[in-house]
Design a binder for this molecule. Structure first.
Ligand code: 13P
Length: 245
């Protein structure tokens, strides 16, 4: 199955109006065969979406559409602001805000209800990897977070080992290939061959221009979810280029 490469950025709690100039340079360097998108802080979605030549997304959304949830934003809100997609279940939400697999599933399903794409994140801790539990932990996360109606037309899964995020400690190509194969097998078992094969699997965790060529052409790797190196065009554009078939 041919899946288009997908290079997504995640600005996390970084950026401001001045930083949106980076989007212009990124937009000028798009490649016909590579999908590009960037998730930005909620306050920047509207100006970023108005400016960018590629999809802009939210970094998180609530699973409900409205209500007494102080500080949260809903899918209809980010959609109105111009978001085309949202990240859900990032480890910084799961760990820092106690989000469960059930929460993540609800967030992804909220995206689908309103026609947004979703990038669903999973990943193990260093302790879990050291204990030999990484594949069991991650495939269990995938299956418990998987939204109803999962499909490759709107959902991607990002494998982001927690120990590789923001640490400069990138997973080896062999580790990523083994994990993506395990996730793929779990998806095919849960969703059937056609749907299970259609969902793109991204790797995230200290992706840089230097390691992107190896990672982006590894087996079952359909793209990358890039944190720090998505903040500037100078660092992000070479990663887009590395994804060209
Ligand atoms: P870094 O690329 O900064 O390690 O972040 C990865 C990540 O968490 C993307 O969602």
């Amino acid at each position: 199955m041919m899946r288009r490469k997908f290079v997504a950025g995640n600005w996390k709690m970084n950026g401001n109006l001045a930083a949106l100039a980076e989007l212009d340079a990124i937009g000028a360097s798009l490649e016909a065969t590579v999908d590009v998108a960037i998730a930005v802080p909620a306050t920047l979605i509207h100006p970023a979406a108005a400016r960018a030549k590629f999809p802009i997304g939210a970094e998180d959304v609530h699973g409900q559409d409205s209500g007494a949830h102080t500080g949260d934003v809903s899918v209809p809100m980010v959609k109105e602001a111009g978001a085309n997609f949202s990240i859900v279940g990032h480890s910084e939400r799961r760990q820092g805000h106690g989000e469960t697999d059930a929460d993540v599933k609800a967030k992804a399903e909220a995206c689908r209800r309103h026609g947004l794409d979703a990038i669903l994140c999973v990943g193990e801790t260093l302790e879990q990897r050291s204990a030999g539990e990484a594949e069991a932990v991650v495939t269990a996360q995938v299956l418990a977070s998987l939204p109803d109606g999962a499909g490759g037309d709107w959902l991607a899964i990002a494998y982001e080992p927690i120990w590789a995020i923001g640490t400069g400690q990138v997973a080896t190509v062999a580790d990523v290939e083994a994990m993506h194969a395990a996730i793929r097998a779990a998806l095919v078992k849960a969703l059937g061959e056609e749907t299970g094969q259609a969902i793109r699997l991204l790797y995230g965790g200290s992706v840089t221009a230097e390691n992107a060529p190896g990672l982006l052409h590894a087996a079952e790797v359909d793209g990358a979810l890039v944190g720090g190196a998505s903040l500037t065009a100078a660092k992000f554009v070479p990663i887009i280029r590395a994804a060209i078939a």
